[in-house]
Structures are given as structure tokens and as C-alpha cells.
Write a protein that binds this ligand. Structure first.
Ligand code: UDX
Ligand code: UDX
Length: 454
């Protein structure tokens, strides 16, 4: 089939190369000419394992190209995906890019010679596709839904494994306006062997918001228990959560084997969740709840617990040093999680802000982030290219991203270069390191980092 992708970012480009990999003809549309040029030159515009190879294969087979021209791309396509940003705006969601994309698509539908299906893949709150998107498409194309198809297919891609998530999806959820729309997508997704759920547009939209909200809730739950462990002598969050995971409802026993499912990777206490999705999607659902006059107390608590994590990490550092005024602190990790160069909503931004507020100088290191974002207004930060540069002369180090390489460093040698040796492990990712005696190591969810009263 011929597929247009409107918005060629982490989700759009990854979706495009994977559809090309199963034989579809893909044209990626983007307003950013540099991104279009990079794609056509076979240069993946962001880090995603497997994407560079998939992109080159798609280009060399002639099954993928990129353009800034909406009209021609849409006119030549059978299916048009919308994967433009739907960022947070105040307490709600900014749908301006989505509306703009719908207007361009509607213009091409006006003179379409063949039946086309428009697919919203950007994360939106329930009711967006069949109201905002459908209305714009009908108004601009002068044709009613039915003359063209309309679907909502949520994305479930994790950054760092987006290609694998796309090629081997757990499920494909197809919200469709009508049967014909759904049948076209069923044909397009035929090469993917996984459960396919055909449902209403609003179920598909709600599922996406619910999925990310569950993941965020699990993370804030683990951070709630970690806070209680820090106030309780002889407890350790890692021991508690490992044992909790063995509940057969979380780790079922199948054919005598206990299956430790991936859900366990969403119960790790730390310095909170970031990224372009979880915070935005939970807040979008909260604002939707307000519109529907439904209390969202649980989601409100999930976000308020998360908002406190960066400040908590800095308070651990301040408790150990006595004062942060004039202190030099190495921040280890800028990306919102390991495996990506993406700093969107990263906890590191909050940590650095709080450190600046306390008068500390920050030396930041991340193995993958070359162009930090979100720190433009911070003048207390130096970006270091090597661990030595970040740690030499530092009074403390704060781990914000669980990069596996951190645990492999020569900490004896690095600690010897620090002025004082306080290590605050915001991801509990250095628990395996045998620290020199001079090091004060603090991690999340143990009483050593919290109140010690009986
Ligand atoms: C985006 C949304 O942020 C997310 O909510 C949704 O689930 C999927 O799409 P992502 O792919 O991470 O996620 O966005 P990003 O990496 O920022 O890429 C968006 C692309 O769209 C950029 O290349 C941008 O240039 C392009 N764009 C943006 C357009 O082509 N048209 C626009 O009007 C706006
Ligand atoms: C998320 C969802 O996982 C994915 O299904 C959806 O399609 C898009 O949003 P992503 O944003 O790429 O994917 O990152 P994810 O792996 O979910 O991590 C999100 C944040 O939670 C990161 O900051 C990570 O460090 C943090 N996290 C994750 C925890 O703090 N504890 C955990 O146990 C797991």
C-alpha cells in the first residue's frame, strides 16, 4: 500500500521505516526541511537502535522517501498517518499541529481520485479524532467521513526500543469510524502477527491515555513506597519491590516456570519519570477529566509524587554536604532514561534547577546527549565530555539516568579526584559498586537516606 506519514519524528519516522520493511511504499512528510534532507540522505535524525539500518534499507529499496510537500504526498497515498506533536499546553494538550495537519490532508482529500484512510497516531484525549479531526477534514475536503476513512491507531513505542516495538507489537489497536476504514488497515497490518483489536475511535484514544497513566502510576507507587522505606529503619525498597514482584498476579507460574513479565521494569523507584509522553499524557487525561467533571485524584497524586522527586534527590545531596552553596556537583545522566539522547521532560532538568537554586555549580555528563535541551536559562551548568571532567574537584555526584556504563567506571580512581566523595544514586543503578571507604553512598529507598527515628 502507499502510506504517507505526516510528522516524521520518533514515532512517525519509526512507523514509516517499519511499514517500508514489510513492503509498503512510504512517504514521510515533515515541515522541517533539515529533517527531510537528513532522512533522504539516510541519516537518522535522532538516536534509535536499529533505525539507521532500517532507514538505509528502505531508501535503497525505493520504498521510502521524505518531502516537505503535503499535497503531493497525500494525493499519492492510500493511508495517511498523523504523527505530529501533541504537546502539553498549560494543564491541557496543544492540538494546533494536529489541526494544521488535518487541514493539509483535507485539502488533498478534496480532489482525491481514490479512497483514502486518515489515521491519527499522535496521542490525543478521547473524542478528539471524531470531533476536531473529522470536522476539519469534512470542512476542508467538502466530503463527509465515509467518502474517506478515519482511524485512530495509538502508538506503544518506548524510546530506545521503538523499532523492535514497531516490528513486534504486543497488539495493534485500530479505532475506526466505519468498517471500510478498519478493513483497509487490517490489510495494511496483515504482515504483523499479533492480536489486532478493532474498536471505536474513543476506545483507542482512551486506551492510549490509560496505558501511559498506568505506567506512570506504577512508577509513582514505587516512589511512594521508597519514601516510606527511607523513614523506616531496616527496610530497603529494592528488597521490598523484588519480593512484591513475585506475586503470581505479577509473575505468574507457567508450566512450572515463573514468568517475570516486563511490568517489573515499571516498578523501579528513582528520581521520577520524564520523556515526551508519560508526563504529557497523564496531564492530558487529568485535563480531560476536568472537562468531563470527573475527579482525577489518583492521577493528580501520581503527578504530585513525581514532581517531588528531583527536589528529593537534591535534598539528599544537601543533607550529606551540609550546604550546597558554592558546592560543585556532578550530574551523571541528562537523558530522560538510558538508551536515548532525548532530554524532553528529563528529571535532570529539575535536579539542575534545584541545584542552581541552592547555589551549586553543576558539571553534567551524559554519554549520548550532545546537545542538551531545557537548560538554556541555566548559567550554572558546564557540559562535560568525559566522566573525569565532571567528577574532578566535585563535592558530590548525583546519578539521574541509569546508564549501565556508570557501574563499570573505575570509581576508586574517580573518587580520588573528587574534592568530597558524596554519591547520590537517583536510580539505584550503582548498588553493585564496591565503594571506597571514603565515599558516602546514598540511594533511593533506604533509611540511610531518610529519617532514622525509631
Ligand atoms: C509525537 C507526539 O509528540 C506524540 O504525542 C505522539 O504520540 C506521536 O508524535 P514524537 O514523534 O516524539 O511524538 O514527536 P517529535 O519527535 O517531536 O517529532 C514530531 C515531528 O513532526 C518533527 O519532525 C516535526 O518537525 C514534525 N512536525 C511538527 C510537522 O511535520 N508538522 C507540524 O505541524 C509540527
Ligand atoms: C512511554 C511508554 O513506556 C510507551 O509505552 C509509550 O508508547 C510512550 O511513553 P517512553 O516515554 O519512551 O515510553 O519511556 P519509558 O521507558 O516508559 O520511561 C518513561 C520514564 O519513566 C523514564 O524517565 C524512566 O526513567 C522512568 N521510569 C521507568 C522509572 O522511573 N521507573 C521505572 O520503573 C520505569
Amino acid at each position: 500500500m502507499r502510506v504517507a506519514i505526516v510528522g516524521s519524528g520518533y514515532v512517525g519516522l519509526t512507523t514509516g521505516v517499519c511499514l517500508a520493511a514489510v513492503g509498503h511504499q512510504v512517504i514521510c512528510v515533515d515541515v522541517n526541511p533539515d529533517r527531510v534532507a537528513a532522512i533522504n540522505a539516510g541519516k537518522a535524525p535522532f538516536h534509535e537502535p536499529g533505525l539507521p539500518q532500517m532507514l538505509l534499507t528502505a531508501l535503497s529499496s525505493g520504498l521510502l522517501s521524505a518531502t516537505t510537500g503535503y499535497f503531493g504526498a497525500i494525493a499519492e497515498s492510500d493511508v495517511i498517518f498523523i504523527t505530529v506533536p501533541t504537546p502539553q499546553k498549560g494543564q491541557g494538550i496543544d492540538l494546533s499541529y494536529l489541526a494544521e495537519a488535518a487541514r493539509h490532508i483535507g485539502a488533498a482529500l478534496q480532489t482525491a481520485a481514490n479512497y483514502k484512510v486518515v489515521v491519527v497516531k499522535s496521542t490525543v484525549v478521547p473524542g478528539t479524532t471524531d470531533t476536531l479531526v473529522r470536522t476539519i477534514l469534512e470542512d476542508v475536503s467538502w466530503r463527509r467521513a465515509g467518502e474517506w476513512g478515519l482511524c485512530m491507531v495509538p502508538e506503544f513505542l518506548q524510546e530506545g526500543s521503538a523499532v523492535d516495538d514497531s516490528m513486534n507489537p504486543d497488539r495493534i489497536v485500530i479505532g475506526r469510524w466505519d468498517e471500510r476504514s478498519g478493513q483497509v488497515l487490517a490489510e495494511m497490518y496483515r504482515p504483523f502477527e499479533c492480536p489486532k483489536i478493532f474498536t471505536t475511535l474513543r476506545n483507542a484514544e482512551m486506551l492510549k491515555c490509560a496505558s501511559n497513566s498506568l505506567l506512570a502510576t506504577l512508577i509513582s507507587f514505587s516512589n511512594q513506597i521508597a519514601a516510606l522505606c527511607e523513614a523506616t529503619p531496616d527496610t530497603d525498597i529494592e528488597v521490598v519491590m523484588d519480593a512484591l514482584h513475585l506475586d503470581r498476579r505479577l509473575s505468574p507460574v507457567v508450566d512450572g516456570q515463573r514468568i517475570r513479565p516486563g511490568i517489573l521494569s515499571f516498578l523501579r523507584a528513582g528520581c521520577g519519570f520524564g520523556g515526551s509522553c508519560l508526563p504529557k499524557d497523564v496531564n492530558a487525561l487529568r485535563s480531560y477529566a476536568r472537562v468531563r467533571d470527573v475527579p482525577s485524584r489518583l492521577l493528580d497524586a501520581v503527578m504530585s509524587i513525581n514532581a517531588e522527586r528531583s527536589a528529593h534527590l537534591v535534598s539528599l545531596c544537601e543533607m550529606a554536604l551540609g550546604s550546597l552553596e558554592g558546592a560543585t556537583v556532578a550530574v551523571l545522566g541528562l537523558a530522560f532514561k538510558a538508551g536515548t539522547d532525548d532530554m524532553r521532560e528529563s528529571p535532570a532538568i529539575g535536579v539542575i534547577s534545584y541545584l542552581a537554586g541552592k547555589g551549586a555549580l553543576v558539571r553534567a555528563y551524559d554519554p549520548m546527549v550532545c546537545r542538551p535541551t531545557g537548560l538554556e536559562d541555566k548559567d550554572n551548568v558546564v557540559l562535560c565530555r568525559m566522566p573525569d571532567e565532571a567528577l574532578t574537584g566535585a563535592d558530590a555526584a548525583v546519578v539521574v539516568t541509569a546508564w549501565p556504563e556508570f557501574a563499570q567506571w573505575d570509581w576508586d580512581g574517580l573518587c580520588a579526584k573528587m574534592r568530597r566523595q558524596v554519591i547520590v544514586d537517583g536510580r539505584n543503578s550503582l548498588r553493585s559498586v564496591s565503594w571506597p571507604a571514603c565515599v558516602e553512598y546514598l540511594s533511593i529507598g533506604t533509611p540511610a537516606t531518610g529519617k532514622n527515628e525509631e
